[in-house]
Design a binder for this molecule. Structure first.
Ligand SMILES: Cc1cc2nc3c(=O)[nH]c(=O)nc-3n(C[C@H](O)[C@H](O)[C@H](O)COP(=O)(O)O)c2cc1C
Length: 158
């Protein structure tokens, strides 16, 4: 069975809510395994064993959250040249921007020669460094994103 790896990190809980919605969407789509891991629990084996990826993290200081970067820094060179064209997408959780985190993800994924199969979802909360409840529309977008990449992997579209 094909496998989607979801890797995420959260500090204040918003990315967590979005990642869990995406995981639920991917599981509901059916037909593939969903390996859901916090960024600090994801490593080279999980990356190599997956057929596609959904990365989720916040934008901090104009770039990708450090814990997600740490994940990429650990897996990048061991995985380099071994993931050619595998599909990916992402969720970026931001206060008011998100473009810096997206740029970091695009750059890393390009280096790994991954293929961006579905455009990333950038959720801008307007709330900085505080816990809040993510609105239902944003959770729906995340759920749809998870379902879309899962269905595409299962169908061999990418
Ligand atoms: C140290 C720090 C730096 C941040 N820098 C940015 C930023 O550059 N751009 C932005 O849009 N939001 C920024 N934020 C807001 C976070 O992206 C926002 O709080 C997000 O909801 C955090 O995700 P989480 O709830 O999953 O931890 C920053 C937050 C923190 C704590």
């Amino acid at each position: 069975m094909k496998r989607l790896l979801v890797v995420w990190h959260t500090q204040f809980g918003a990315t967590d809510q979005l990642a869990r919605a995406a995981i639920a969407g991917a599981r509901q789509a059916g037909g593939i395994e969903v390996d859901a891991r916090r960024a600090n629990e994801a490593g080279v084996d999980a990356v190599l064993d997956a057929d596609g990826y959904l990365f989720a993290g916040s934008e901090n200081f104009g770039g990708l959250a450090g814990t997600v970067k740490d994940f990429f820094e650990r897996v990048y060179y061991p995985c380099e040249g071994r993931l050619e064209a595998r599909p990916w997408t992402a969720i970026v959780c931001a206060g008011n921007d998100g473009s810096g985190a997206l740029r970091d993800l695009d750059r890393i994924a390009t280096g790994l020669r991954l293929r961006k199969a579905v455009p990333a979802f950038v959720y801008r909360s307007g709330i900085v460094a505080r816990a809040h409840t993510v609105p239902a529309e944003a959770l729906d977008r995340a759920r749809d994103l998870g379902a879309t990449i899962a269905a595409g992997i299962e169908a061999g579209l990418y």
